[in-house]
Design a protein around this ligand. Sequence first.
Ligand code: SF4
Length: 115
Amino acid sequence: MSHDRISRRGLLKGALLALAAAPAATLLTREAAAANPLVDPNDAQAKGLGYTHDATKVDAKANPNYKAGQHCTNCIQYTGKAGDAEGGCNLFPGKNVKAAGWCKVWVLKPGAKLG
Ligand code: SF4
């Protein structure tokens, strides 16, 4: 009988610890992303990909694949949170891109819309 109590107590304690740890892990991830430096558009990789901090300033003639409404936020490679000014991109590990940015390998994120 007391063994069951301990087990239930142990389970409850574990569940509470897990609940307490989840927001902390989220905060750490957010803080890590927030601490990442912004990609320099003049970096060799960024230049090669035609990355810009502001998608509205993309040279459409030089980038015929670009369409208005494309930006990092609705790109499949963007890992930032909706509403944040910047976030991670799978192509630039350890760095952030601007939510309003764009590069040549932009692909629409499933379920996202242009705009
Ligand atoms: S791959 Fe997507 S998220 Fe990354 S810089 Fe290019 S457009 Fe932005």
